[in-house]
Design a protein around this ligand. Structure first.
Ligand SMILES: [Zn+2]
Ligand SMILES: [Zn+2]
Length: 326
């Protein structure tokens, strides 16, 4: 077991000094097309949830639909937290080339944007955390009063995706990933993984129900409804986890731990812990803080499929702990 502590807490989330000559942001190449795609990606799953709810109300929800939903949510959700976030953004552990590729593809299938863009945006979030320059803070440049608070939350949840004409520059924020040919290809081939993300639940539905109709309801529940649920679970980390919940560590930002959100985000909602120790593979640092993402990394480590797993020494945790906090 390797103890590679990050007592300072921000090293892997900071881009290499050599990249500092590059611009913070780059223009979105096809701005209008991307804006339309963003609207569709957020609005279509919402419409599908309404249809799925109406069908379920009418008694047309089957066990195989829920199974397809559960399987696709688990795999793509782990692709985001263990793959995009802990492995690629923060380098919390190392793994085999095959698993890097698998995590990159599974994370892409969550339909939260191409790998390089996701990682660059998130590293920028850590760099500026709730200050001007943070891509999705509910606090930075917020207007006063409850209206300002609501607007800040809406901006952090989904609004930020529709406003920008530019995105965090991968040449500055994800130089390490750009150097990897496999990851460059996977990031560029994002539309392919979106199709795969829909084909998989369709195929699973056909296989489990033995009918084309089973494939279509599988596509509805394991495709659109799953994308909706996982999107808003992830978006809630950006909005709710910088607004509501408890703080265990001093971090210089507004990040918070939101216990009820932790199980459905596979541990992501221990977000104050994460901002205190960004490279830690485990986000649920307390005894009563379940962290399924960390369990998966631990399982891979036991099978010798993960190594150099970053853990935070107890003394470093004590040094940042807020007096009297859980
Ligand atoms: Zn955050
Ligand atoms: Zn992070």
């Amino acid at each position: 077991m390797t103890y590679v502590s990050d007592g300072r807490g921000t090293d892997a989330s900071r881009p290499a000094a050599a990249a500092d000559s590059h611009a913070e942001m780059v223009a979105i190449e096809h701005e209008a097309a991307e804006r339309v795609a963003n609207v569709l990606v957020v609005a279509l799953p919402l419409a599908a949830v309404v249809v799925a709810g109406w069908l379920a109300w009418g008694g047309s929800l089957h066990w195989h639909d829920l199974l397809v939903l559960g399987i696709t949510y688990l795999f793509t959700g782990m692709g985001i937290t263990v793959g995009f976030h802990r492995l690629f953004t923060h380098r919390s552990f190392e793994t085999t080339r095959a698993l890097r590729v698998a995590f990159a593809v599974l994370g892409s299938m969550a339909v939260e944007g191409p790998l390089l863009e996701w990682v660059s945006t998130h590293r920028k979030h850590h760099r500026y955390s709730d200050r001007s320059g943070d891509p999705h803070s509910p606090h930075a440049e917020r207007a006063p009063g409850w209206r300002g608070a609501l607007r800040g939350l809406a901006h952090a949840h989904v609004g930020w995706m529709f406003r920008g004409q530019d995105v965090a520059n991968p040449r500055r924020y994800a130089k390490d990933l750009l150097a990897d040919r496999d990851l460059r290809f996977i990031s560029r081939a994002f539309p392919l993984w979106v199709l795969a993300s829909l084909a998989l639940p369709f195929g699973l539905g056909v296989a489990l129900a033995g009918s084309l109709l089973g494939g279509l309801t599988g596509l509805l529940w394991g495709g659109a409804v799953r994308i909706f649920l996982l999107h808003h679970a992830t978006f809630s980390i950006n909005s709710l986890c910088h607004f509501f919940g408890r703080r265990s560590f001093t971090t210089g930002d507004e990040s918070r731990n939101l216990a009820w959100l932790a199980p459905i985000t596979f541990g992501e909602a221990w977000h104050n812990n994460h901002h205190a120790f960004p490279t830690s593979a485990r986000h649920g640092l307390g005894r009563l803080q379940p962290d399924p993402g960390a369990w998966l990394i631990g399982g891979l480590e036991r099978c010798r499929l993960a190594w150099s797993v970053v853990r935070v020494r107890p003394e470093h945790q004590r040094a940042k702990r807020i007096a009297g906090a859980a």
